[in-house]
Ligand binder design. Structure first.
Ligand SMILES: Cc1cc2nc3c(=O)[nH]c(=O)nc-3n(C[C@H](O)[C@H](O)[C@H](O)COP(=O)(O)OP(=O)(O)OC[C@H]3O[C@@H](n4cnc5c(N)ncnc54)[C@H](O)[C@@H]3O)c2cc1C
Length: 405
């Protein structure tokens, strides 16, 4: 069997490695002329995502591209500590990591290339059709490729999805605009009296009065941070780009200085001028496959950045789909894969929607949030609350049958 993988972001190379483990050849077709781009954006990769990469023996290389973040602590903007999360590390001690998105892309590509996976850059899919049992990918450069299956790993604006689910859902704006940055030479030690310790690798999340702020300090003292700002209207990229960096910095100070947290100081200590992003989410289409084509990662289901799970879900998808294609013909493998994945994805999406509501609360709903949050966290936020998410492990050797899922 030969697989055509469309998109060489995160899901694409993970898919190619998982197929290789299942004994299936593939080629990755990536629209961009190179593999790594968007160098400034940071992200977290949680233990379940790393566990899926462990199946491919790629988790150590990926973890080494970032730095360890074993613990997350949540706060209200008034300085009240809500609770903490310490996901179980992998058996070899690997914990969740923070890394640059571009470094994650590069590490996955290196791993895929080391396993002999070919990637063709500058190949943008424009159309898909079938010839008998074969699927044909047509590219913007006029070329085409033929395979037994086509796997759409082409992200949030997927071309493959337009073919698989032409009437399916579209990514929807979640009411949040964000940016991130890096601060140096910042002493957070004197904030101990606020209960905000500056232990390296502890990811602090502050549900502030006017904005949400996340930050973590690395061993070398650099502080990585991001901010989420509620905005009822979705701004266009051109509108965001037109606002001068110094005005944004001033605006961030106004939003963050009202909280009992180091957020405003961290932003002040960072060079201005990072990219802005707009959060989207999209539920999966009713059917994730059509003919010999199937969707994985953001092409199948856009998971809002608030879940911290988009990349992890993309890798889990890849490993599960490879298991299914190893054991079943495509017409049975695709539905089995969807059955294995859709319930988990629904749960992740529901969680992200809840977090987005909390992050974008303003006025009275923000007051209610601050009153209810501590109670809810006490009731629902025990140490095992998210074990269904972080402790998820895929048994690659387990045989998939038509009844699986
Ligand atoms: C600001 C931000 C923060 C995030 N933070 C986190 C986080 O902390 N943790 C987490 O797990 N996730 C996070 N995510 C989500 C995560 O980045 C995505 O879910 C993940 O990148 C999905 O991987 P993917 O391979 O499906 O899609 P992508 O990474 O988007 O890759 C798709 C690839 O397909 C290529 N492509 C597109 N169209 C075509 C075409 N027609 N032909 C060929 N190639 C094509 C693209 O160039 C791209 O390389 C965040 C996302 C954003 C925007």
């Amino acid at each position: 069997m030969k697989a055509l993988i469309i998109g060489g972001g995160i899901a694409g190379p993970a898919m190619a490695m998982a197929l290789r483990k299942a004994g299936i050849d593939s080629v990755v077709y990536e629209a961009h002329p190179t593999g790594a781009y968007g160098a400034g954006a940071t992200m977290g990769l949680s233990t379940n995502g790393l566990a899926a990469l462990r199946v491919l023996d790629a988790h150590r290389a990926v973890a080494a591209a970032g730095f360890s973040c074993p613990r997350g602590v949540m706060w209200l903007g008034n300085g009240r500590r809500l609770g903490e999360d310490v996901p179980t590390p992998l058996p070899d001690g690997t914990t969740a990591v923070q890394l640059l998105r571009a470094d994650l892309y590069a590490a996955l590509h290196e791993q895929a290339t080391a396993r002999g996976v070919p990637t063709e850059y500058g190949r943008r899919l424009v159309r898909i059709d079938h010839r008998g049992d074969q699927v044909v990918a047509h590219f913007a450069d006029g070329g085409e490729a033929t395979g037994d299956v086509l796997i759409g790993a082409d992200g949030m604006r997927s071309t493959t999805r337009r073919f698989v689910a032409p009437d399916g859902p579209h990514p929807r704006y979640c009411g949040i605009v964000g940016t991130n940055g890096f601060a140096r030479d910042l002493d957070l030690g004197d904030l101990g009296d606020l209960g905000l310790d500056d232990e390296c690798g502890t990811f602090h999340m502050v549900f502030g009065r006017r904005a949400f702020f996340g930050y973590v300090r690395r061993e070398d003292g650099q502080v990585w941070w991001f901010v989420n700002i509620p905005s009822s209207r979705e701004p266009t990229p051109a509108e965001l780009a037109a606002i001068p960096a110094e005005r944004w910095r001033h605006r961030l100070h106004e939003l963050l200085a009202v909280d009992t947290s180091p957020a405003a100081r961290i932003v002040q200590a960072s060079p201005p001028g990072h990219d802005w992003f707009v959060s989207h989410q999209m539920r999966a289409p009713k059917t994730w496959h059509r003919g010999r084509a199937v969707l994985i990662g953001d092409a199948a289901h856009v998971t809002s950045p608030s879940s911290g799970q988009g990349a992890a879900m993309a890798v889990e998808d890849a490993v599960e789909l490879a298991r299914c294609l190893r054991n079943l013909p495509p017409d049975q493998a695709f539905p089995a894969y969807q059955r294995l994945r859709e319930g988990r994805l629904r749960k992740v999406h529901a969680g992200a929607r809840q977090v987005n509501r909390s992050k974008s609360a303003t006025g009275l709903s923000r007051v209610l949030r601050d009153a209810m949050f501590p109670v809810l966290m006490k009731r629902l936020g025990g140490p095992q609350a998210l074990s269904w998410l972080y402790d998820h492990r895929i048994d690659f050797d387990d045989k998939v049958t038509t009844g699986t899922g």
